[in-house]
Structure formats: structure tokens, C-alpha cells
Design a binder for this molecule. Sequence first.
Ligand SMILES: C[C@@H]1N[C@@H](C#Cc2ccccc2)[C@H](O)[C@@H]1O
Length: 437
Amino acid sequence: KKEVQYGPVSPEKRTDPAMEKWRDNRFGQFIHWGLYAIPAGYWKGKYYKGAAEWLKSWAKVPMNEWAKLAEEFNPEQYDPEEWASMAKQMGARYVVLTTKHHEGFCLWPSQYTDFDISNTPYQKDLLKPFVEAYNKAGIDVYFYYSVLDWYHPDWRYALKSEEDKQAFERFKTFTKNQLSELIERYPSVKGFWFDGTWDASWKASGQFSYELEKHMKQLKPGLIINSRMRADEWGSRHFDSNGQMMGDYASGWERKLPTDTSVLHNDWEACMTVPENQWGYHKNWEGHVKTPTELIEMMVRCTALSGNFLLNFGPKEDGSIREEEQLLVKEIGNWMEQYGNAIYNCAYAGLEKQDWGYFTREPGSKTVNMVVCNIPVNKALRIQLPKNLFIQHYEYMGKPLSKLTLEEIGKNEYFIHLGKVKTKQPFVINIQLTSEK
Ligand SMILES: C[C@@H]1N[C@@H](C#Cc2ccccc2)[C@H](O)[C@@H]1O
């Protein structure tokens, strides 16, 4: 065991109401919105297939040229009430919005930089009406904040000289000031989603990130912060040098999902793009665009392994939402309306995973949700229960799709026969378990 002085600030599994609500939410909307939505993957007429919010990097645009985009940012169609209404329709219980991405442009009027919304034709604070609209819709608001800041003159990738160190000290003060400013200006914010923390300079700032997490949680008790914010004094990220998670949930699952129960030890969240790899708005999505059903199955898998699923939207420069994302709102929203109770407040059910799909369960409940994503060719869903448990009752959640029958095929082993079932989307069967035969 290594001596770690600047590791976790909070216990690995918080039991306070704010964290319980985070768990119960399960399904969140990620929103990436910034100046990058203006060029939308094209620079000087050239198409760049990389992530649109990284276009400055792909096209090697000097910052003084990139910053000129602020002079044309004027999202006249921005309607946070509409965004919140869509998120509610989709069934998202929380939202994470980019307040500042790597480009360094701030969606709020920050007193610590001139590179913000006040110096655009739009001028008005984008965050205040956003927070009000989503809170009014009953959706918890979290702020994404990139430590990596391509605009700020004191940002350093590494600390190779005394000058680097002095500059980065100024940068850390700037970062702490901006984060304090965000908490003070928007006190209903529930937490922070940190990103851009992979460089050597931040990995060498473990004590600072420890003290910053403490400071932010003193400013707002109950605040929830992702593991990506943290390094320890040895440069270990997310988990300290002894494997203890830092922050309040593991946030290394970016465009990928866990496949086994090893994740159960900590709270965790997976964030997901709709195309292969676009977070900010890109005019042309290349390659596979995930269907609503694929994304629903990903969300179910996260719930079944006691994690959250954060689905990304990338609004256009004018604040409108692209067709593909409007379809997701409708399709996922319809599914959540009928089956949301297999997601919200649910977690790992403690039963052996089967090929037909996933078990989820509200902790302590005798009702287990069977979320069927793959109907077996024999139309029979196999269930293996621990030796002291039996099935007392079973039925479809929501609209029945067929006549179900139960067959005991072995010791605590069952088939639920689906009979004649026709459907194009995952569905849920509830089983009531009992310890009496
Ligand atoms: C949540 C996502 N994290 C950001 C990134 C990244 C990244 C950086 C380097 C190598 C691979 C991925 C993306 O721009 C988006 O904000």
C-alpha cells in the first residue's frame, strides 16, 4: 500500500440524499454546445471526420483565428424551455451541459475571461435560462467543465520549466475562480462533470485537485463530482495509487460500456455518442448512427450493472436540435413512458445474466424486471434463481404482448414461455420472487 495523502475526499459509496438521487436518475442527457457548432466539422471548405468539438485541433487553426467564431455566435433559436421539454419527453432525469469545452469559450459571462458569451452578438447568459428551464421540468442540472483550455495563456500541457510552473499556478487559480463562480451564480447545480484532465500538468496537480474538490463541496454541500476531475499526488487518475476511487462516481466509460459485475464496487456512468464519435454538432455524421433500440439496450445494460447512462446531444449553432436527435427524443421517450420503471431507481438484480437480456431491480424489492432484448428462437426465457428463491408471479410490464406460461425445468431453474410474440423493441416482464416454494 502506498502512502496517499491526496486521494478520495468523499466515501466511495455516498449514502446522502443527493447521491441517492443521482443513482435513482439513471438516465441523463449530455449536451455539447459551443463555438465548434458553427464550423460543424468543416474548415475553409474542407471536411474533417474527427470529433467536431476538436476541429480546431484537426484543422490546426491558430487560436486567434478560432476565437473569431465568437463574433458570429448568435443562437437566436436557442430555447432552453424547448430543450428541457424534449429532455423530459425523452425521460432524462438529469442533464450535463458543457459550460466550457477545450476551446475555452464560456457559455456564461465569466468575470475571469473575455472569451465568453458576453462578447458575442448574442451577449446574454446562456446558462441561467437553461438551469431555470431544466429545473422547472424537474431535471437535475450538472455542469461539464474542461480543465484543458486552449484559449488561456497560462494553460500548460506539462511543467517543464520554472516559467511553466508559475504560469500553471496562475491557471489553477483561474480554474478555481471559474468553478467557484459557477457554483455561486447557479446554486441549484447538482454537480460537475470534469474533462480534459489527462495531461501531465494536471496529473502533477494531485494536491490541488484534492483541495479543489474539498473547496467545491464546502461551497455546495452534497455536490457530486466525477472521478475524471481527480489525480492523486502520484499522478494516478480516477482511482488513487491504492485503487480507491476519487470523486463520487467512476467516469472513465466514454463511448464504451462495462461487460461484467466488476464495476459494481463503485458508482459509475457511461457517456455515449449517437454516431461513432461526435459530441459537438457535425454537419455530416459518417458511419453508423445508433438506433433508438441500440441506445435503449445500452441504457438497460448500464442500469443492470448499477450505473448511469448519459446520452449526448449536439445542438446546432442556432440552438436547434437535429432531426436524428429529435427522433431519439420520440422513440426513447415512448419506451421510457411504458418501461421507465425498469430503469429509474433500479440497479443490479443479483441474478445470473441470461442471453435474452437483462435483469434490473429496485434495491430491496421482490419484483425483478426482465428486460428482453433478444427473443430466443425457442421463445423461452431461461431464469436461474439462487437456491432459496422461487417465482411466485410473472406478467408483462405495461401492455401484454402474448400469453406467458411458466415451466420449472430444474432446481430453481425456469423457462418463461413467451408464446406468439411479435415486437420490434425491447419489452419487460416482471417476476415476483419468494423464498417459499
Ligand atoms: C466527453 C468527451 N471527452 C472529450 C474527449 C476526448 C479525447 C481526448 C483525447 C483522446 C480521446 C478522446 C470529447 O471532446 C467529449 O467532450
